[in-house]
Design a protein around this ligand. Structure first.
Ligand code: IVH
Length: 668
């Protein structure tokens, strides 16, 4: 019992010391004292493992290794913000809100250049950390989040809460890390954002711990649960709970205040210890936010002002041509390497012949390159004043740079195509595409590895992917590929055989068939054979398909090589049927927006929300005029009051129970 008490005491001392050191940046313990307490705690935990908490501060150094990332469904979607680039667009945002009859105050915040994360606490203890993912489903990164010193492992108040913010890497940390990597001859990390994203996606939390990640917390998804009325109040609330909230956040009265904040931080930006790429502007009043609501992608109460793109000059040393998966030829600028916005740029796409002609680019030109944040770098213009006369005019090629076939340019289109379906370049691109996340999702067969395996002769065709295990021994002996990584890869390949039809359809790379169309086709035709047997007319008749796609699909399934490939894949055990859920309908649920609050005795909130989603309804965390139904359980809180105020339909436990029990009994 003594040991248990001391463990608790030490945990509190160390958590507090971490908070003072990393979040407040006001240490009260000396390093020696801190180490002494930490060692004492480690020793006690070793001796009495039954008392060691999974959230112990001794876990900050990492140690937990996971096999793969689990998925986490966000209870409230993690939305992104619409970008604006100038004063006019900021004024338009403000006017739109004023026109709705509001007189808003705004909170200006720095737009941190990292990746967003969601952090869940129950009873004051950190339970999960997740990435944003696609906004609906993220990845479970709890093991790595525990190593971030500014994320409290336990809160000052023992409450249930979710907070969101940016996980980032400081500039000094990146510089130090790159110094070490340079000494070890490892490739350098390009910028703070990529470094943070790469670090948080490590399976081994020791690596993440070494990367010294940090956080700024900026969003409380459920403020009404804590009686909070404004965003600024929410920021203070989170600060008081022990989170690291940016001290530069500022409440301003109007657009002039916003512009002043932007001008100030455009100047201060180079001197900050972390990267920012703009300023986020949020309506302060939470009722106003709720009334303004959301589009499917963004809140209507916030925008992200992006600092202007950085432009630098460099030399266009060559224009080279690459062949894409569909045979499309792309001219690419080869540039003298320059750093723009923290990343080294050596290449930039020039899209097509017309683009190069329009920009009047010549090999040897001095050109300006622009890059903004995530945006792909682009060549802005040639500095024609700086021409010496030695520049070489651009000339479009006539033959495929890989297989030599004559290129074709279709009537009315700008792109040239290599029409040789057996062109090796086309082939490697199509293999990469087959494995990509939205296609067969074979983790570990990315671009680089596919190129290696292709060049080494292990994978020349899609079926070779499923014969890779024959080369297991050879692969393990390759430099850079250990037994574990090859085992994992083979397992991922094996697992991909069970994918639902839409992934295979998208992976096969039928021209013009994206993942959404693949899903549409899979849902409609259920099996690949059924789809293959459709005539062009029937395909054309489907909404969202049209004449061109119908032709492409038909042509694909008319090609004997493609039919042979499909048969071979079937023989190898690949699933070729649609496995996704059947669309379910219930008049009480389908197309309605729900909020679930309080406790329903026989089901958790998550279970209820899953049922709602399965029947084509949606569930959100806050009540607004758009909510159709609020399901109110025991101890409901302010959401129920708000629903009453807004006159929204309310279901109690009994009503939900009757709706639920009347749903078609097969798998609710
Ligand atoms: S607010 C609904 N505040 O910028 C609230 N985002 O597209 C959404 N970001 O995905 C986020 N600093 O990763 C917010 N102070 C800040 C931010 C911030 C950086 C990122 C975040 C988000 C993206 C906006």
């Amino acid at each position: 019992m003594e040991a248990k008490k001391r463990i608790e005491e030490l945990t509190e001392i160390i958590n507090q010391a971490n908070y003072e050191y990393y979040t407040l940046i006001k240490p009260t313990l000396t390093d020696q004292e801190f180490d002494k307490y930490l060692r004492e705690l480690e020793n006690l935990e070793n001796e009495y493992p039954e008392y060691a908490s999974p959230n112990s501060p001794t876990k900050r150094v990492g140690g937990e290794v996971i096999d793969k990332f689990k998925k986490i469904r966000h209870r409230i979607p993690m939305l992104s913000l619409p970008d604006v680039f100038n004063e006019e667009e900021i004024r338009a945002f403000d006017e739109r809100i004023r026109k709705s009859g509001f007189h808003p105050e705004y909170v200006c915040e720095l737009k941190i250049d990292g990746l967003s994360g969601s952090f869940h606490y129950e009873d004051g203890n950190l339970i999960t950390g997740a990435t944003r993912g696609d906004g609906i489903v993220g990845e479970d990164i709890t093991h790595n989040v525990k190593t971030i010193r500014t994320i409290p492992l336990s809160l000052k108040d023992k409450i249930d809460i979710e907070v969101r913010g940016e996980i980032f890497m400081g500039r000094t940390t990146l510089a130090q890390l790159n110094e070490e990597r340079r000494e070890k001859n490892l490739p350098l990390l390009q910028n703070c954002r990529n470094a943070a994203a790469g670090s948080i996606r490590q399976l081994d939390s020791k690596i993440a711990a070494e990367r010294k990640l940090d956080t700024w917390i900026y969003h409380l998804p459920n403020p009404e649960d804590y009686g909070i009325k404004s965003h600024f109040e929410a920021l203070n609330f989170m600060t008081n709970l022990g989170f690291k909230v940016n001290p530069n956040n500022r409440l301003v009265k109007d657009v002039d205040g916003i512009l002043k904040f932007i001008a100030e931080y455009a100047e201060k930006r180079p001197y900050l210890s972390y990267d920012i790429d703009g300023v986020v502007i949020k309506v302060n009043d939470l009722e106003m936010q709720a009334a303004l609501g959301y589009t499917s992608k963004h809140p209507r109460w916030a925008i992200a002002y992006k600092f202007p793109a950085e432009e630098v000059l460099t030399k266009l040393t060559d224009i080279i041509f690459t062949v894409g998966r569909t045979g499309r030829i792309t001219p690419n600028a080869v540039l003298e390497p320059v750093i723009v916005m923290g990343s080294t740029i050596k290449r930039a796409t020039l899209h097509n012949e017309d683009y190069v002609i329009e920009k009047d680019l010549k090999i040897g030109d001095v050109v300006s390159i622009r890059k903004a944040g995530d945006v792909i770098p682009e060549v802005v213009e040639a500095k024609t004043m700086r021409r010496t006369g030695n520049e070489v005019a651009f000339k479009m090629i006539t033959n495929c740079p890989i297989c030599g076939s004559l290129l074709e340019k279709k009537e009315g289109q700008v792109d040239h195509y290599c029409m040789n379906t057996k062109c090796p370049a086309r082939h490697i691109e199509s293999l990469i595409h087959f494995c990509e996340r939205k296609a067969m999702n074979i983790d570990g067969l990315g671009e680089k590895i596919m190129e290696d395996f292709f060049n080494l002769g292990f994978i020349k065709s899609i079926t070779d992917i499923y014969h890779l295990e024959k080369h297991q021994k050879d692969l393990q002996e390759l430099e850079g590929y250990g037994k574990k990584s090859i085992d994992n890869l083979l397992e991922a390949i094996e697992k991909s055989k069970e994918n639902s039809l839409e992934r295979l359809l998208f992976g096969l790379g039928i021209e013009g068939i994206g993942d959404k169309t693949a899903l549409l086709l899979a849902k409609k035709y259920k099996t690949i054979d059924n789809l293959a047997n459709q005539c062009e007319e029937d395909l054309k008749a489907i909404k969202d398909i049209g004449a061109i796609l119908a032709k492409n699909i038909h042509r694909f399934f008319d090609d004997v090589d493609n039919l042979e490939l499909i048969n071979n894949l079937k023989d190898l055990g690949l699933n070729t049927t649609y496995l996704g859920p059947e669309e379910k309908y219930d008049e009480n649920i389908t197309n309605k927006r729900f909020v679930v609050t309080g406790t329903i005795s026989f089901m958790s909130r998550e279970e209820i929300e899953t049922v709602i989603a399965n029947y084509g309804g949606s569930a959100s965390g806050s009540v607004s005029s758009k909510t159709n139904v609020v399901i109110v359980g025991d101890k409901p809180g302010s959401k129920a009051d708000k629903a009453k105020e807004l006159g929204i339909e309310i279901w109690d436990e009994e009503k939900w129970s009757s709706v639920y029990n009347n749903l078609s009994s097969n798998e609710k």
